[in-house]
Design a protein around this ligand. Structure first.
Ligand code: CO8
Length: 255
């Protein structure tokens, strides 16, 4: 299960299965899906932070005990369902940040990678250990890991199942910042507050353009010129230019 609280426009989602190192079972996946569907167009949200309960794990993977006895069709359907939830996260209209407070393995690492940014605590560990189970990642890991760290290193980590620590993940470009343990959520909150002062339509369009190219569904450059035009005629863009000329702070309204 997940626990959700929203304060001053920032939602904090905590995976609540510390006894199983926050392994992502059906309840957790359904909870994530329900939250991101419900708030897909919520203009009151500035950002979302996802973290794990307890001190030890963000999420140690999909729940191994749940999928062991599935048929081929059931396995493919479960994988597709998880991918769809993670796409909702990746395509969310405001920044979603993973506050990685421990193990982020398998489906947990894939969840962190579906977020727009990752803040790692000093003792966080990342890995795709599916091959140890005779499996492959099923929630986008073969695709997003290569996007973040490059094909060659991604193939090495996927094939060896080697775990990397927070500093190595930072060096490879998988995480945005490494912070003192316990400061992951606070740091993510600071980034969301900073972005919350920008034009919300511009924020949404930037996320869309970047994702369009990476997901290969649309030409990101075409999205950029089209959305640039749409952005230019918003009240926010006019306010931004006026505030610059008048040497004052812009007040964006998301219109
Ligand atoms: N699923 C279910 N239970 C888990 C998981 C998991 N992924 N990870 C840990 N747990 C449980 C353990 O079984 C244990 O429970 P219990 O006390 O009842 O035995 C409890 O959490 C604590 O774990 P450990 O005792 O193992 O803790 P350690 O500190 O000794 O080890 C590790 C920590 C190294 C993280 C270890 O728990 C581990 O290796 N976990 C599994 C990591 C893994 O292989 N993850 C990948 C899973 S596969 C996956 O994510 C595929 C994604 C795509 C799915 C597509 C849809 C089908």
């Amino acid at each position: 299960m997940i626990q959700t609280s929203i304060q001053e426009g920032v939602a904090l989602i905590t995976i609540q299965r510390p006894e199983a190192l926050n392994a992502i079972n059906r309840d957790v996946m359904d909870g994530l899906g329900a939250f991101f569907r419900e708030h897909q167009y919520d203009p009151s949200l500035k950002g979302v932070i996802i973290t794990g309960s307890g001190q030890k794990a963000f999420a140690a993977g999909a729940d191994i005990k749940e999928f062991a006895s599935l048929t081929e069709e059931e396995g493919a359907a479960l994988s597709k369902k998880g991918q769809d939830v993670y796409f909702l996260i990746e395509r969310f209209h405001v920044p979603v940040i993973a506050a990685v407070n421990g193990f982020a393995l398998g489906g947990g690492c894939e969840l962190a990678m579906a977020c727009h940014m990752r803040i790692a605590g000093a003792r966080a560990k990342f890995g795709q250990p599916e091959v140890n189970l005779g499996l492959i990642p099923g929630y986008g890991g073969t695709q997003r890991l290569a996007q973040y760290i490059g094909k060659s290193k991604a193939i090495e980590l996927l094939l060896t199942a080697d775990m990397i620590d927070a500093n190595e993940a930072h060096r490879l470009g998988l995480v945005n910042h490494v912070v003192e343990e316990g400061k992951e959520v606070e740091t993510a909150m600071g980034i969301i507050q900073k972005i919350g002062a920008k034009g919300p339509i511009a924020v949404k369009y930037i996320l869309q353009c970047v994702n369009d190219q990476y997901n290969g569904e649309k030409d990101g450059y075409a999205s950029e010129y089209s959305l640039f035009g749409k952005c230019l005629v918003t009240d926010d863009a006019r306010e931004g230019a006026a505030a610059f000329v008048e040497k004052r702070k812009a007040e964006f309204k998301g219109k």
